[in-house]
Design a protein around this ligand. Structure first.
Ligand SMILES: Cc1ncc(C[n+]2csc(CCOP(=O)(O)OP(=O)(O)O)c2C)c(N)n1
Ligand code: SF4
Length: 293
């Protein structure tokens, strides 16, 4: 079986059964899944092992990716992707841990974790599916929804200006910050690869339309443009300012907005490196025992 097929879950293979794909037809979450499968397929072909990846999701439309991607993990709690991912990483530092979260998930209930993730700099990746809406619960506004967005919870429109997660990520000291467009599968794949290979915490904000809720926030592709990888903090701050999430003006830079080398959590805590070594030794001796049998 090809690696890409191995990454499909049985649920996806058996379409037409009661476990079929429940994302809306055409939802860009399908594209994010495809980019993820492509990058994992590539990495597995280059020395990574399927069993060494682990994922954590929140609760929301984005989180259904858990059902369609055949890697180990935890279908987490809304807002708690990052502490769960960190727990997995501390338990087994050899795993490549990926978190998939929503904008509501990350920037509302999970906000404190987002800020501290930048400070800790654990070697793991957070992918935020930002559709500027709490979509699974029928479209309430999230911290990145545009001002004026009318929804069931705020029939007179959202009063507050949106939060700019890129600016916050920079202020929190994140060592890898990128933005993608879900519809651009190949570009997202390339950025995800860089994020996974980055030593430290990597944050990938993926702009995603929702076809059912907050329709006025959709179709921003015309404002988007690609940048080359940037390592300059001042430039990153300027790039972050270019779009305020509030309107359809300005330009939306896509790509690696900021990357720096910084001590990782694992490097700050040598006990983790020791644990990683012990686990690796145990795995090798277990493998040897099975071979002898
Ligand atoms: C602790 C907790 N708080 C709130 C909820 C209700 N809840 C479930 S999904 C969801 C919305 C998810 O929105 P978002 O994270 O933006 O993801 P999307 O559905 O847009 O992909 C909410 C509020 C919950 N399940 N658990
Ligand atoms: S409600 Fe929106 S985000 Fe959820 S599956 Fe449908 S299109 Fe996708």
């Amino acid at each position: 079986m090809s690696t890409k097929n191995k990454l499909k879950t049985k649920l996806r293979i058996k379409l037409g059964t009661k476990n079929e794909d429940t994302w809306c037809p055409g939802c860009p979450n399908h594209n994010i899944l495809e980019s993820t499968k492509r990058v994992l397929t590539k990495l597995i072909g280059k020395g990574y092992k399927q069993e060494d990846f682990a994922m954590v999701t929140g609760i929301g439309c984005h989180a259904k990716i858990f059902d369609y991607l055949n890697i180990s993990g935890i279908y987490g709690l809304h807002g708690r992707v990052l502490p769960t991912a960190l727990g997995i990483k501390l338990g087994n530092p050899n795993l490549t841990v990926l978190g998939f979260a929503g904008d509501g998930d990350t920037y509302a209930e999970g906000m404190a974790h987002f800020i501290h993730a930048g400070r800790y700099n654990a070697n793991m990746t957070l992918v935020v599916h930002d559709n500027q809406s709490f979509s699974l619960t029928t479209g309430q506004s999230t911290p990145t929804s545009q001002q004026g967005y009318k929804n069931k919870a705020k029939p007179f429109g959202e009063f507050d200006k949106p939060l700019n997660p890129i600016k916050l990520a920079l202020a929190s000291g994140m060592s890898f910050i990128a933005r993608c467009n879900a519809r651009d599968v190949a570009h997202t794949e390339r950025i995800l690869e860089k994020a996974i290979r980055h030593k430290g915490f990597s944050f990938v904000e993926i702009i995603q339309d929702c076809l059912i809720f907050n329709l006025e926030a959709n179709n921003k592709d015309g404002l988007m443009y690609k940048i080359s990888d940037n390592k300059n903090k001042k430039k990153a701050e300027q790039l972050a300012e270019e779009w305020d999430y509030n309107n359809k003006h300005g330009r939306i830079p896509l790509g690696v907005i900021y990357q720096e080398k910084k001590k990782t959590l694992e490097e700050k805590w040598p006990q983790l490196a020791a644990l990683s070594k012990t686990l690796r030794k145990r795995k090798i001796s277990r493998k040897r025992k099975t071979e002898i049998k």
